[in-house]
Design a protein around this ligand. Structure first.
Ligand code: PLP
Length: 456
């Protein structure tokens, strides 16, 4: 399979480039030149595979000769052996709603599912190639922890994680800052998540710098994450054993997870609607319901992993709804960067064929947590609560909500709502008492560059 940038279809890339670089040199995101589409017979052939087998089938479509199927089989097995659920994910029911529990990995959020695999893909690549790689990643809390767990202790790899200082939960922070392996560096930026993302983006576009440290990224724009995440959409559909199309409600920040669902649909999976569920940072809800893609100040909410205004992966959707036209995509991205993009009617119609959206404010989120606790004796994390709230507002049939994090990661929200917090799984309790280490830096790209240079 060949890849191109969403902003230029003249140059082709291999999976290796896409995986190691994350972002194309022209600022665009990598997409496959063309997609494989399963017919219903081919889908039925996948139906009875277990999670690992299904992962191998789907991921191997995209990896070309980067990795042989046999090697991928053992790599997938190794990646998911760290999960507390044998089948990686779990489908549960709360009343009429179904939940897709994605948080049974080592750092308690769905991001482990892609990241464990990515860590092992790096190791696989470096075992065959004599190189050193520095991974730099911005996090709103969960990506960083998942990436650190996946990379810690691996040779020839360093990881630098930028998180917004004082704006993530203490459990989120401790899952990162209590890891003391020599190749792990935590940086707290005096700013918000968008600031962290901007610093990482500008370091990537400074080619002299990024090449000099052999910089690589694992943010949610990384295509390998998207394909690993599309697997659970397939798996869920097969497990629900239905002949009707199903809908998913997806708590959304950077549009990565929900884009993985869109990818599954493009590949032929019978998905009806993908619900983009946002908190008060509702730019995607405004965009999808009315075409208004004007960003505002980021608000801090109880669901911090979704406190994002500009969703990086939205660029991929823009590319697909504009008939794979890279010039048009580049043009629209210019408008977005000037904060002057309104989605036109014809594009909006196309988006609304596949997507619905809703937003839940803080009070609604708290109310959902309370209601579910009272009715079902289950504590939801606030991100999942937003997904449930959005699904309730839209009341679709056959809808399943992605449960993106374990409630213990976000005790603030549940303490306010029901005066209770979920305990950490036993194996992780020790994290709470361990010593932390991280470096606080100004919201300034040069300062971050200098810090990184001093460590590599
Ligand atoms: C990252 C994250 C999200 C948002 O996912 P995107 O792929 O950025 O849209 C939602 N919930 C939780 C718990 C997360 O960690």
């Amino acid at each position: 399979m060949k890849y191109i940038s969403t902003r230029n279809d003249k140059v082709e890339f291999e999976f290796k480039d896409v995986f190691l670089k994350g972002l194309a040199d022209d600022g665009g995101l990598y997409v496959p030149r063309s997609l494989i589409k399963y017919n219903s017979y081919e889908l039925s052939e996948l139906k009875n595979l277990n999670y690992n087998e299904l992962s191998v089938e789907i991921i191997s479509l995209f990896t070309g000769d980067f990795i042989s199927k046999d090697d991928l089989i053992s790599l997938v097995k190794k990646s998911y052996s760290t999960f507390r659920e044998k089948e990686v994910i779990k489908i549960s029911e709360i009343g009429k709603l179904k939940l897709l529990e994605l948080f049974h990995g080592p750092t308690l959020a769905f991001k482990d599912i892609a990241m464990q695999l990515i860590g092992n893909l790096y190791e696989y690549y470096l075992n065959k190639n004599d190189q050193k790689i520095n991974i730099v990643v911005a996090t709103s809390g969960d990506t960083g922890a998942a990436a650190i767990d996946a990379i810690k202790g691996k040779s020839d790899l360093n990881i630098f994680v930028l998180h917004p200082n004082n704006r993530i939960s203490s459990v989120q922070r401790k899952l990162m800052t209590t890891v003391h392996d020599k190749n792990v560096f935590n940086i707290a930026i005096e700013g918000n998540f968008d600031d962290c993302q901007k610093i990482v983006k500008s370091m990537f576009s400074d080619l002299e710098f990024s090449k000099s440290i052999n910089m690589s990224g694992v943010n949610s724009i990384n295509w390998a994450r998207i394909i690993a995440q599309s697997v659970y959409y397939f798996y869920t559909y097969f497990k629900l054993n239905t002949d009707k199309a199903i809908s998913f409600s997806v708590p959304t920040g950077n549009f990565g997870d929900v884009f993985a669902g869109y990818l599954a649909k493009q590949m032929g999976l019978p998905i009806d609607k993908l619900i983009v569920a946002t908190n008060e940072n509702d730019i995607l809800h405004r965009a999808i319901s009315t075409g208004d893609y004007i960003s505002k100040e980021v608000k801090e909410t109880l669901s911090p992993s979704m406190d994002i205004q500009l969703a990086s992966n939205f660029e991929r959707l823009i590319y697909y709804i504009n008939d794979l036209d890279t010039l048009k995509t580049a043009d629209i991205m210019k408008k977005i960067n000037q904060n002057s993009y309104l989605i036109d009617k014809s594009n909006l119609d196309i988006i609304q064929k596949d997507f619905l959206s809703e937003s839940c404010n803080e009070q609604e989120t708290l109310d959902i947590i309370k209601k579910i606790y009272e009715q079902n004796n289950l504590i939801l994390d606030p991100h999942t609560a937003v997904g449930v709230g959005a699904a309730n507002k839209l009341s679709l049939n056959n809808c399943i909500v992605l449960s993106t994090a374990h409630a213990c990661k976000f005790p603030d929200a549940t303490n306010i709502s029901i005066n209770k917090h979920e305990k950490l799984p036993e194996a992780l309790e020790c994290v709470l008492d361990k010593e932390e280490s991280f470096k606080v830096l100004k919201n300034d790209t040069e300062e971050v560059k200098n810090f990184i240079k001093s460590k590599v």
